[in-house]
Design a protein. Structure first.
Length: 310
């Protein structure tokens, strides 16, 4: 039997996409003079905060973007404000470190018309231990620890819509309900595409509860579920289709291979660094959310529009 020819794709907006890639490397930083830099009076007892959450997120975004320590971050922010002609105070390194633990990072995203189709995956990111080269050259000389980042992406805009940060020992399937819970109830979810690790009752129930269609391949040793519920019926239909037509045909028919886009997004996440600088879990979560916010800003500048030609 002759092997079919591989699929061919073509980018239709090379000109605008090339311009957006150049903008991602531009050093021109716009500072909104209407931004609330100082914290409003909270009316609570104790010493009030001096800087707003927007000011702290701006400083930490500069830190993550240019991979700076906290002291150098304060110096660079002071230089940027001076170049912008703004006489604003700059938080010191101890203030940035303290506020990062409780910062509620604002992650921008764009909404599209129609149901939301989510691509879900996870990856590990290191925060403690030797680098790969040192470990290979001299052996592992201490503890090496990772955290797990779970993402849900909208393929229409390439924006990350949901983020969860968990210990590395946690599995993938228990996190999916939390990811779906970050999507507003008023926003309709069309499909949820994930790999075989999410082929569990919890994931299928969380997906069907949001009136969405799960595109999750059945595990190789999967069996029919005996329960008579919407989640079991949808999952059993997937199993029957896989057995009848084959796993490869089912993946092409459902568009499962679009999940490779979320895997590419994981490489973008690690482009800011193979490891995270913070040690405290809350500060680590804030650092990951700031990376996601920067990634969504970059996606808003422009993304490639690719169509299949053969």
């Amino acid at each position: 039997m002759r092997k079919p020819a591989p699929a061919r794709y073509r980018t239709t907006n090379w000109s605008s996409y090339n311009v957006s890639l150049r903008k991602r490397g531009a050093l021109l930083i716009w500072v909104d003079t209407d931004m609330t830099w100082r914290a409003p009076c909270g009316g609570r007892s104790g010493r009030p905060a001096v800087f707003s959450d927007a000011a702290i997120q701006f400083c930490l975004s500069i830190k993550v973007l240019f991979k700076l320590p906290l002291r150098q971050t304060a110096g660079m922010v002071a230089s940027l404000l001076k170049l912008a002609g703004l006489d604003w105070p700059v938080p010191d390194f101890s203030t940035l470190c303290r506020r990062q633990k409780t910062l509620a990072v604002q992650v921008p995203y764009r909404r599209t018309d129609g149901p939301l189709n989510l691509l879900v995956d996870s990856t590990g990111i290191k925060f403690l231990g030797d680098g790969e080269w040192q470990a290979r050259k001299h052996g592992v000389q201490g503890r090496r620890q990772w955290r797990k980042v779970h993402l849900a992406m909208d393929p229409a805009t390439s924006d990350i819509r949901a983020v969860e940060f968990a210990p590395s020992r946690d599995g993938d399937s228990p996190i999916l309900p939390d990811l779906l819970g970050q999507i507003p109830e008023a926003e309709q979810i069309g499909t949820v595409t994930a790999d075989g690790a999410y082929d569990t009752r919890r994931c299928h129930k969380a997906t069907t509860d949001r009136q969405a269609t799960p595109i999750i391949p059945i595990r190789k040793n999967g069996r029919l579920w005996k329960e008579d519920c919407p989640a079991a019926r949808v999952r059993n239909e997937t199993l029957r289709a896989t057995r009848h037509f084959g796993r490869a045909f089912w993946k092409r028919w459902t568009g499962y291979h679009a999940r490779s886009r979320i895997e590419a997004k994981m490489r973008c996440l690690k482009a800011f660094g193979e490891r995270i600088a913070a040690r405290d879990p809350d500060r680590q979560a804030a650092e990951i959310h700031i990376r996601i916010a920067l990634m969504n800003h970059f996606s808003a500048l422009g993304t490639a529009e690719i169509i299949r030609v053969a």
